[in-house]
Design a protein around this ligand. Structure first.
Ligand SMILES: Cc1cc2nc3c(=O)[nH]c(=O)nc-3n(C[C@H](O)[C@H](O)[C@H](O)COP(=O)(O)OP(=O)(O)OC[C@H]3O[C@@H](n4cnc5c(N)ncnc54)[C@H](O)[C@@H]3O)c2cc1C
Length: 388
């Protein structure tokens, strides 16, 4: 009865309650599982609005979903109504004067890159996974290596259109963006984003051999006074080897200018691409449980020591204070994360918290989202179990 009404709100080919499709939507890249009740794929605002109004009436649990590449179980929940946002797949208004483009939340990273490349532009934050959607990335306020220069999604979204949990439409700009970006679909469903784009430029690179993370940090201090530093990545000996470097610790510094010693475009791009693939490369070697931490400078050396002790790789956006490692199973990952908490480090900070890292959400973040939910989703239909 509840679902029969939903069937009339989208086209027949955009409504699914069959077992096979429900199974296909029952997991994401985190490996968590939960068989949803029904999946709908709206293609325009009015369809989405009606779905959300209906969900409120019957208190259905609604999960907005992009491509399901999230590694934090944010887009999976048993018995939920999944809203597959990939129907919002248009790219419009590429403005070469203002350097902006309007992008549907369901557009994939690959599709956006293709459209922008034709005009000599790109979106500066480049995630490792090209099937992820723009909505999923903005919802998790995804940080990449390039965030060193360009910041996060709050810095690169000029305007966001969304529907809140009650089906009300919002256009957010400036400070208001904070109410939906990075909130992992708990306060609204993103439909269209106006993104700031930049002209494509050739990149150069420096590769410094370092003795330890502290030595890397003294480079970071020097680099912080330079213009055009695109990314600053630390790699321990194991991670370095996977990039084809010597078995030493390294600092990889990319520039949007010709400041770097490596200028051969093929070599530069291949090293940067290998860095981008590093999480996947480690995954294929059995390190399937990525762990990220936002660290104060004085905690970075301790993080690296803990990785060494656990026999895990150590790498990451050292210039941003975000370091990464990966464990081979859930138990090892949990024990590592708990060890981080015991040294006062913040677990997370790069890919969202989802359901997987629910226990690690900082109190202030939880408090802020609770307050926003009172305003935007007081029936608590949107992504329950995530953040709050
Ligand atoms: C091999 C691999 C490598 C990866 N590497 C990286 C990496 O280097 N850096 C990184 O940051 N991430 C990485 N990821 C994680 C992933 O690409 C991102 O987390 C991405 O944000 C997920 O996008 P998605 O479209 O698949 O979203 P989903 O997984 O479908 O959803 C993610 C979250 O966003 C919410 N959401 C989705 N769409 C919307 C919307 N329109 N409105 C509101 N909420 C929405 C969902 O409810 C969920 O909470 C990697 C994943 C894999 C599998």
């Amino acid at each position: 009865m509840m679902h029969r009404a939903l069937r009339r709100m989208v086209a027949l080919e955009d409504y699914f309650e069959d077992e096979e499709t429900r199974r296909a939507y029952s997991y994401d890249a985190s490996g968590a599982e939960g068989l949803p009740a029904v999946i709908v794929r709206p293609r325009h605002n009015e369809q989405l609005r009606r779905i959300l109004v209906h969900a409120n009436r019957y208190k259905l649990k609604v999960i907005p979903r992009g491509s399901g590449t999230g590694t934090r179980a944010g887009a999976v929940r048993k018995d939920a109504l999944i809203i597959d946002m990939r129907g919002f797949d248009t790219i419009t208004r590429l403005d070469t004067q203002l350097h902006t483009v309007d992008v549907g939340a369901g557009v994939t990273v690959a599709a956006l890159a293709r459209a922008l490349e034709k005009k000599g532009y790109h979106f500066p934050l480049v995630p490792a996974n090209s099937v992820a959607t723009i909505g999923g990335l903005a919802a998790t306020n995804h940080v990449t290596e390039e965030s060193q220069l360009f910041g996060d999604w709050n810095d690169l979204v000029e305007r966001a259109e969304s529907f809140d949990g009650l089906g009300r439409f919002h256009t957010s700009k400036g400070k208001e963006l904070d109410k939906v970006l990075g909130k992992e679909g708990t306060t609204g469903v993103l439909v269209t984003l106006r993104l700031k784009i930049t002209k494509q430029r050739a990149r150069t690179l420096d590769v410094f051999e370092v003795d330890n993370p502290s030595a890397a940090l003294s480079h970071v201090e020097r680099l912080s006074h330079m213009r055009g530093v695109l990314s600053i990545e630390y790699l321990d000996a194991a991670a370095s080897q996977l990039l084809g470097l010597d078995k030493e610790e390294h600092l990889l510094v990319a520039y949007t200018s010709d400041a770097g010693g490596y200028k051969d475009i093929v070599k530069v791009e291949s090293l940067l691409a290998a860095r981008k693939r590093l999480t996947s490369t480690l995954w294929s070697q059995g390190y399937t449980h990525e762990i990220e931490a936002s660290l104060e400078e004085e905690q970075i050396e301790r993080f690296a020591a803990r990785c060494k002790q656990a026999g895990q790789p150590c790498y990451g956006h050292i210039g941003l204070g975000i370091m990464l490692t990966a464990a081979k199973d859930t138990k090892a990952a949990e024990s590592f994360r708990n060890g981080l908490v015991s040294i006062g480090a913040m677990v997370g900070g790069k890919h969202g918290y989802g359901r997987l890292l629910h226990d690690y959400v900082p109190d202030q973040v939880r408090k802020d989202v609770r307050k926003l939910k009172e305003e935007r989703d007081y029936n608590e239909v949107l992504n329950p179990g995530v953040i709050v």
